[in-house]
Ligand binder design. Structure first.
Ligand code: NI
Length: 139
């Protein structure tokens, strides 16, 4: 870990009280850890706005496995993006529906392309992408 420096921050009383309520509800035991996480989150968001930033992501897809071509197309897409696909897992949700979680790694622009291609497949009912930086350089 890099050297620690202490900083003092002046805040409006009401704003601080709302912040304390928020972090208590989130389970933080002190302000310092909550503030560090907020700063990392903000820095990560700024980096994700740049297409060349290296990132990791989880793509969540819910689909009907009776959809004839979809399972094969989903596997084909993963095989054609071997550099980006780290892992995938499949959960049978009920008689019809499956959840596929595909973990991707690469530049933001590559991840977005692969995730969009997967979400656009016919038969995918719901999709969500959770993308974040790798945490590199974020003390
Ligand atoms: Ni299934």
């Amino acid at each position: 870990m890099s050297k620690i420096e202490r900083v003092g921050v002046s805040l409006d009383k009401k704003l601080l009280s709302m912040f304390d309520e928020l972090i208590a509800a989130r389970g933080y035991s002190n302000r310092s850890e909550a503030i560090r996480d907020l700063i990392r989150d903000r820095l990560s968001e700024e980096r994700l706005a740049k297409p060349a930033t290296r990132a990791v992501a989880g793509v969540f897809l819910v689909y009907d496995h009776h959809s004839t071509e979809l399972p094969r197309k989903l596997v084909d897409l993963q095989h054609s993006h071997l550099l980006q696909v780290i892992a995938s897992t499949h959960v049978h949700l009920d008689h019809h529906n499956c959840l596929e979680v595909i973990m991707l790694r690469g530049k933001v622009r590559e991840i977005e392309k692969v995730a969009n291609d997967m979400a656009a497949l016919k038969g995918v009912k719901l999709s969500k992408v959770n993308i974040m930086t790798t945490g590199q350089d974020l003390a």
